[in-house]
Design a protein around this ligand. Structure first.
Ligand SMILES: [Mg+2]
Length: 392
């Protein structure tokens, strides 16, 4: 595989922090003190009755609870007066407001999409949860169907294909179980791609390694120094939330997820407050919302959009003018990737959603079933093109 390299283009950065270190984090905040944690598990009761009224007001006045409720269907409009910023929470959650715009169906507009891809090098990027698999109550049971697996295998046989997930890379590989793909876990903070000496020379976070089959690959992990911190936060959150029924805390290696899908709504404020209090102790971490999940991530200038750019580079696509990439995803974190494709005019983002949302994607698909249909059309189009070429 062609492995040319060039510098990554830049996309709008995450929150700007002065005094940046190599990781884009505040050098004066590099020291983490043990005295900051752990928080006492007893501080939080299941109903939140032991919290101070002031801290509950803090959560409510900042609209955090509204965000947690709005972060997945059923959709509710944010309550009035919930416009303040919560200090450690990235509050740009899915926003079901009247400003939502419609995104045409990628199935209905398949011919138009393919018009843009003709005679170009097509690459496919896929989110996992809610895109290849249905959203389920237990994230450990978010399995993709065998039909979907066969479809993704076909896609990967014709196009460079990568899975970009918030899960750890190992977990998403265990779920997808396909070897001919590239994987980016932890929201793009853990990538394996074809081995490239040039990449290793350009990026200090790249190392040469081997994959599951013993093949040489490049491993890119820009947040390695956060591993002990993430592990500590994971253990702390497991400990503090152990008495809250239905909560699930996952360690995704470079980020931690706190799922509240199965938690009684009366306890959502408590969970929000717990995450806020823990993250507040770690200035180099931040929280973001997903679909009924709070993610705790390093504050580094890296996201799924950057991961797409990095994978373009590793696949030798950065220097080409004839690249057409398709990125399919359902989550807020996929917006960074949609934006990269939109601004670079190098393909289309496709949002998986059954409701209207604000998005940088061009098109939409309702659910994983429609994603599979779209991918099958893509394979059929490619096969037909090859057949036509061989008949000439
Ligand atoms: Mg997803």
């Amino acid at each position: 595989m062609d492995l040319k390299s060039s510098h990554l283009s830049s996309v709008p950065a995450e929150p700007v922090i002065p005094n940046k270190s190599r990781l884009g984090t505040q050098s004066s905040l590099l020291t983490y003190s043990q005295q900051d944690l752990p928080l006492s598990p007893g501080k939080y009761s299941r109903t939140g009755s032991r919290k101070s009224a002031a801290s509950l007001d803090d959560v409510r006045s900042n609209g955090w609870l509204d965000a947690m409720m709005a972060s997945s269907p059923p959709k509710k409009k944010p309550l009035k007066g919930s416009n303040a910023q919560f200090s450690s929470i990235d509050f740009t959650v899915e926003d079901y407001t009247s400003s939502m715009v419609d995104h045409p169906s990628a199935l209905d507009y398949f011919d138009k999409i393919i018009d843009g891809a003709k005679n170009k090098k097509v690459a496919v990027f896929l989110d996992y949860d809610g895109t290849l698999s249905p959203i389920v109550d237990n994230p450990d049971c978010a399995f993709m169907s065998e039909d979907m697996r066969a479809t993704v295998r076909s896609v990967a046989s014709y196009f460079p294909t990568a899975i970009i997930s918030g899960r750890s890379r190992d977990k998403v590989f265990d779920l997808v179980k396909l070897t001919d793909l590239y994987y980016a876990g932890s929201h793009g903070m853990d990538i394996i791609c074809p081995f490239s000496q040039t990449l290793s020379n350009n990026h200090p976070s790249c190392v040469k390694s081997t994959d599951h089959q013993g093949k040489e690959i490049t491993l890119f992990q820009p947040a390695t120094e956060f591993l002990p911190m993430i592990d500590e936060v994971f253990k702390t959150l497991v400990d503090i939330t152990r008495d809250i029924e239905g909560v699930k805390v996952e360690n995704h290696k470079f980020c931690v997820s706190v799922h509240y899908r199965n938690v009684n709504e009366n306890n959502w404020t408590t969970i929000g407050q717990i995450v806020h209090d823990v993250v507040k102790k770690y200035p180099r971490l931040r929280s973001t919302h997903g679909r009924k999940v709070l993610d705790i991530r390093p504050v580094i200038d890296w996201n799924k959009g950057k991961a797409v750019e990095f994978l373009h580079e590793s696949l030798g696509l950065n220097d080409r003018d004839d690249v057409f990439s398709i990125y399919i995803g359902d989550d807020k974190t996929d917006e960074d990737a949609f934006k990269v494709l939109r601004e670079s005019n190098r393909g289309y983002g496709i949002l998986v959603s059954s409701v209207k949302k604000e998005s940088n994607a061009f098109f939409s698909l309702e659910d994983p079933t429609e994603v599979m249909k779209f991918l099958q059309l893509l394979v059929k189009w490619k096969r037909q093109g090859e057949r036509n070429t061989s008949e000439l």
